[in-house]
Write a protein that binds this ligand. Sequence first.
Ligand code: CUA
Length: 677
Amino acid sequence: MIKHNYFNLFIILFVLLGFSLSCQKPEKGKEQTEKIEGLSGDIQQIAQDRGLSPKDVEAALKTYVPTGKYDDYLMFASGGHSGQVLVIGVPSMRLLKVIGVFTPEPWQGFGYGSEESATLLKEGEMPIGENKKLSWADTHHPALSETEGDYDGKYLFINDKANARVAVIDLRDFETKQIVKTANLISDHGATFVTPNTEYVIEGSQYATPIPFNKYSPIENYKKDYRGLIVFHKFDRESGKIKEDESFQIVVPPYGQDLCDAGKKVSDGWVFCNSFNTEMATGGIENGNPPLEAGASQNDMDFMHVINWKKAEQVVEDGKFQVINGAKVIPLQTAINEHILYFIPEPKSPHGVDVTPGGEYLAVAGKLDTHVTVYSFDKIQKAISEGDFSGTDEFGVPILNFDNVKEAQVEIGLGPLHTQFDNKGNAYTSVFIESTLAKWKLGPPYNTGDDAWTLTEKIPVHYNIGHLVCAEGDTVDPDGKYCVSLDKWSIDRFTPVGPLHPQNFQLIDITGKKMQLLYDMPIGIGEPHYVQMIKVDKLNPWLVYPEVGFDPLKMAKDPDSAQPGKEAIKRNGNKVEVWMTAIRSHFTPEHINVNQGDEVTLHITNIERARDATHGFAIDGYNVNLSLEPGESNLVKFKADKPGVYPFYCTEFCSALHLEMAGYLFVKPTQVSERTQ
Ligand code: CUA
């Protein structure tokens, strides 16, 4: 029997009310015509005509990136339920790219006929019934690869919360290279996070299910059968791939695991994951049970999961695991016996756990608490080594004494969620219900005396900030330049575009004494949850593919690619193989004659070396559309099952004679029908 706690229900009501109230505080358009000191006559006039205040003009100067100049940072944003990744320049807040990841993306030919993308999407498939294809994902947390806890600009990882998948993007060409469907898991959230040298990509489960998820068990068996998993995907830099045979999973209680973060520097070797449902509430509102939201909010404390991944790695090496669906799984009891897993009480349904740059502290923020609670890694280690436990949970996991591992609690405001850091000992926390971004001071060694652990400033954001990002603000070496507030539906910041409102990224300058809001960027694609921001000089992307005939899936030259002068059409029985090149402004060959029912294979190479010479290749009526970047070789396979004449053409405006870059696929019917006789 679950006790009703009216205080909790009150808090939930307050959360909901807070959300709707904060959505109803539009500011009037500024009617600002004051004179701005020091501006020349023309500029003064522009500012006055546009109603810009001195602050507006200053903000504009700080964000404007003139034509031909580059941004200082790139943000990699999850594309929410678009299933993609967005690449955005900072401080200009210009969208530079949408990377097709889990979802077909026609403009870059991802999932429209190329064998490269078909292979990727197929690898990440999971059975969802006959003749049904998984066609969406919910991307949440991008993670840049790290070396010694700092972004190295080589790879990007992203999860699919809806289906428990993880993708790898290579930052040489900003393209997806691998999609892994995680064995046994169907729902994740604490993903992706990397260990400091990208040894592992971490994926924590969210909603508990039986393990594996496709094993049926009724909700009455929740405590007995339902479990969570913390998954450690082994990443191999050499091949740029996750190696599932070297990965492992750890079973955890069905507590609704939330975000994770890897320890760094002094806390390297450990991983920390929140949970929000130690009540093990299962909802069932239709049967008179408390709704899940109330049921999961009864306890004053939930449990942070403290995991010794280096030890877990050793336990796997020693063979102490089960194999479930091909995955190495450390059972919960083994994790307890081998001292891999500990719990720490954390206030009321926390969301974010964020490790400070030096790895000394973990900042945890509870949605239903007004504090950020800070834990000391030193104290955690001491408590573990001394066996200072307040008991165990009902599964037998040792619980550390809250008071003995807590370092500080900083009063922040209503609904603190996530924390990032700068290079001056400050922390920045998103405050959801209040719609503010709060700045506060860390304790020693960052700040000492009365300054330590104090709230210093808050600025309003519009509205309902979820995550935030600061420049390299979750690494060992934050830059202290910009933060971006990742806000939910912006009801009054932009020209209305119908009832589905864009989300809002707000750029904030944190270099001055006071934080300054600089710019609003509408996000019209999905709900970006989390973002990482990297200095552009850490990236070294290719401008064209390194060789003519390069296969982006294998990241090597395809020996069977079409090469200039070697174009050909060959028939072998009902198999037709075509080697085709593309160069401004023609395909070779331009006529492809096949018979209805033929199996057609096209090897197409863009043989250009110029940076602005991407070609497309679309076949009308056959659902084929490729993007062929300079040097790229691609493979298309289809059955010519429809007779007729199908033009193919280049879908990129590649030259003045781009319209003429076309040809015909002739599909001769095998049986001439009576009507046409
Ligand atoms: Cu090639 Cu248009």
